[in-house]
Design a protein around this ligand. Structure first.
Ligand SMILES: [Zn+2]
Length: 194
């Protein structure tokens, strides 16, 4: 007969699970903060006051895919310039972005009202995939980082655990986040038809 585990060992299991989870979330991706990509200061920012219950997925279309961290930082700066100088917004519109280098880039950041999806800006995370995903998908690595980042956001209480995930085109007239990426996210657990 196999030896039963002792009570002492059983008590360790939740701790081991916890440590594995922490290891995963801490090592699954890096967040490149605004200082690191040399973001301009926002003109003003407004705090989110209600529960964040949505993730809205975008693609940048242009700029296209960025391979290196330097290139992705430059993409973030060009998107911010476009949003501030051309659109006249107070900051880059998105909450966070995923680069082709596998890093997560802080846009407006957690808890700040975005400018990426009308009617949802005050209760969503706007998550951008840098690149054009009309005909091809982000790399598997990028897709995985996005999923890990969303799970991390729930673990940090920045997103409700029963959140709904939408593609941008579901909340306004746009081709964003590209047909290929839209087909992909429709398979994700929290994607919801609207
Ligand atoms: Zn979009």
């Amino acid at each position: 007969m196999k030896k039963m585990w002792s009570i002492k060992q059983i008590n360790l299991i939740p701790w081991i699970m916890f440590l594995l989870f922490q290891f995963e979330t801490l090592n699954g991706f890096n967040i490149i903060n605004r200082n690191e990509w040399r973001a301009r200061d926002h003109l003003y920012s407004e705090s989110i006051t209600e529960d964040v219950r949505y993730v809205i997925i975008h693609h940048s279309y242009n700029p296209g895919f960025c391979q290196t961290t330097d290139a992705c930082k430059a993409s973030m700066r060009s998107i911010q310039d476009l949003h501030m100088d051309f659109n006249g917004w107070e900051d880059i519109g998105y909450t966070f972005a995923i680069g082709g280098d596998g890093n997560v880039y802080e846009g407006r950041g957690y808890g700040i009202v975005g400018a990426h999806a009308p009617n949802y800006n005050n209760r969503s995370i706007g998550l951008l995939f840098i690149g054009d995903y009309t005909h091809s998908l982000p790399t598997p690595y990028m897709l995985n980082v996005a999923k890990e980042f969303i799970a991390y956001s729930v673990s940090q209480k920045q997103l409700k655990s029963d959140y709904k995930l939408y593609g941008h085109r579901q909340v306004r007239e746009t081709e964003c986040p590209g047909q290929a990426l839209y087909n992909e996210i429709k398979n994700w657990e929290h994607w919801t038809e609207n």
